[in-house]
Write a protein that binds this ligand. Structure first.
Ligand code: NG1
Ligand code: ZN
Length: 545
């Protein structure tokens, strides 16, 4: 077939280095940008097949999120704007790892298994972050699409959640919004302005927010919205990419893991600040108190704020909808305790990676999901949206119920339901704080985090660690879980688990306990157990203090 001849021809310009093996991990392929040209071409091919199969537009985002500037990566987006379905992740890995001469066989294998009609049209949306390697890698994706005769639209520089939004808009024939950056800006800003009308007496201080753009795409895209927001929200944008390096000493991941403010950031005591990550799908908030102490409000605090607000609105609206919060093992124990015992909402724990959280959240009328690192959103079931819509149109309800229903409706419009979105989350958080007349300190005081620590251990093959129970227990290597259990017993209110990272060649160690000292000691002891029992490489982990 002519299409396969074209694939052969173009693939020779995007040759795979022999022997290189990469996995479609927690968030797609991610590694040094120099190793990714063939991957991008092949993901262009795969997105085209997926589009033919689903008879819908598919997205391909070129980004390595919070990784260093030298890295890059790619994620595929399914028709409703969600992450690509797991079965196709395996195809992605198979196609990516086929040696140059076996590429056509691997491609035909997928076509056959999925019974794809190759005469069906295909449409692929492509977007990229600000990395210097992203433009050329995008071209490789576009070559892949064109090799199989697919149509493509290159959105150029967009945030990851913006591309998810575009795909959803396109496949819902505009019901979700207009599939343009202007459509996105319009939808979010309008919903935000609508919500904030319900806040009374906001002072200029309360309207001010400092934002760390991680020197990435989020900064660029927030700039484009600023003028529409400025009467209600005055943003001071730091790390906007004009001089600093992407994600270097800044951004949501740096702030969360280091538990300190980003560099190049000035903020007075008590003021709110927030950080995006490199592709603007994560956000964390923070402030420094009058003693100079840094306070982080991570994904768990965000989920608590949003679910409290939604629960109150449901009560005011008199709507009987089931709300749940979905977390991962990284959620702070205090947050889970507060949500279950004080707020009395259903809490689910899933494996790391938003696709797992997203999936679990879909089971409820309203599913609030957040990873502790600040990646998350809120999903409303179709039935919930319809009930809320009906209530806004009901002439027989009182003002309080009407107001609550309208607030819920604007919240639905503001939140990006396709995926976690730093800009959309930020606007929702700002609106909630304003409506509730709440300061960042009051938000922080809802519950107190248990001290926690994340560490990384290098091992020769991280796949030796297999986990169960939403990654909270290690099944292999033998003896590791028993070692962790006995270390945890030595500390008060302690919890610890280990899992292989899906985005870096490391094993992640998490620990929490009653005091920071105890937490750090536990994290170190568990790191040593991993190093000794799971084939550690390099120097033995050293104590933190
Ligand atoms: P890995 O490297 O698999 O731990 C990290 C984050 C995930 C997710 C992905 C994708 C932690 C502990 N892990 O995954 O939550 O966000 O990156 O970006 O934060
Ligand atoms: Zn990201």
């Amino acid at each position: 077939m002519a299409q396969f001849l074209e694939v052969s021809k173009l693939s020779s310009q995007h040759q795979k280095p022999a022997g290189l093996v990469l996995q479609y991990g927690t968030a797609g392929f991610r590694t040094n940008a120099k190793l990714l040209d063939h991957i991008m071409f092949r993901m262009g091919l795969l997105a085209t097949l997926r589009s033919k199969k689903t008879k819908a537009t598919i997205g391909v985002m070129v980004t390595a999120s919070h990784n260093p500037e030298e890295d890059n990566g790619v994620k595929l987006i399914d028709p409703m704007g969600e992450m690509v379905t797991p079965g196709w992740e395996s195809y992605a890995t198979e196609l990516a790892n086929a040696e140059q001469d076996d590429l056509l066989t691997a491609l035909k294998d997928i076509i056959e298994k999925e019974a794809i009609n190759m005469s069906q049209g295909a449409n692929v949306f492509v977007g990229r972050d600000t990395r210097s390697s992203s433009a050329t890698l995008t071209q490789a994706v576009l070559d892949g699409v064109s090799a199989l005769g697919g149509h493509s639209k290159d959105y150029g520089l967009v945030t990851t959640p913006q591309l998810h939004y575009m795909v959803c808009c396109q496949n819902t024939q505009g019901k979700y919004g207009d599939a343009t950056v202007e459509g996105y800006n319009h939808k979010l800003c309008q919903a935000f302005i609508q919500l904030i009308k319900n806040a009374s007496n906001c002072t200029d201080d309360q309207k001010h927010l400092s934002v760390d753009g991680a020197n990435g795409i989020g900064a660029l895209k927030l700039r484009e919205m600023e003028s529409r927001l400025k009467t209600e929200l005055q943003i001071s944008l730091f790390n906007d990419g004009s001089k600093g390096k992407l994600n270097h000493q800044c951004g949501a991941d740096f702030v969360k893991v280091q538990q300190k403010p980003p560099t190049g950031f000035t903020m007075n005591p008590g003021e709110r600040g927030c950080s995006f990550d490199g592709d603007a799908d994560r956000i964390v908030y923070y402030y420094t108190d009058s003693e100079g102490q840094f306070h982080l409000l991570d994904g768990d605090k965000i989920a608590t704020l949003i679910s409290t607000y939604l629960k109150e609105l449901l009560t005011q609206a008199g709507l009987d909808l089931k709300i749940a919060v979905v977390q991962t093992a990284y959620a702070n124990g205090s947050s889970t305790h507060y949500l279950e015992n004080t707020m009395k909402v259903v809490v689910r724990c899933t494996k790391t990676g938003v696709k797992h959280l997203h999936h679990a959240a879909q089971e409820f009328d309203i599913g609030v999901y957040f990873e502790a690192n600040g990646h998350g959103t809120v999903l409303f079931s179709q039935a919930a949206e319809e009930k809320i819509q009906q209530l806004t149109e009901d002439p027989n309800i009182n003002d309080e119920r009407k107001r609550a229903a309208l607030l819920l409706q604007s919240t639905i419009n503001l939140i990006n339901q396709t995926v976690g979105d730093a800009i959309s989350d930020m606007l929702l958080i700002e609106a909630i704080l304003a409506i509730k007349g709440m300061t960042v300190q009051q938000w922080d005081a809802i519950y107190s985090d248990l001290p926690n620590r994340q560490l990384k251990v290098k091992v020769s093959d991280r796949r030796v660690i297999d986990t169960t129970d939403a990654e909270r227990r290690a099944v292999t290597p033998a003896g590791l879980q028993e070692a962790i259990d006995s270390l945890v017993k030595k500390h008060k209110q302690a919890r610890s688990f280990v899992r292989p990272s899906g985005t870096e060649d490391v094993v992640r160690v998490y620990a929490e306990a009653e005091t920071q000292e105890s937490t750090d000691a536990l994290a170190h002891e568990v790191s040593l157990a991993v190093y000794r029992l799971a084939g550690g490489v390099g120097d033995e982990p050293k104590p933190l203090h």
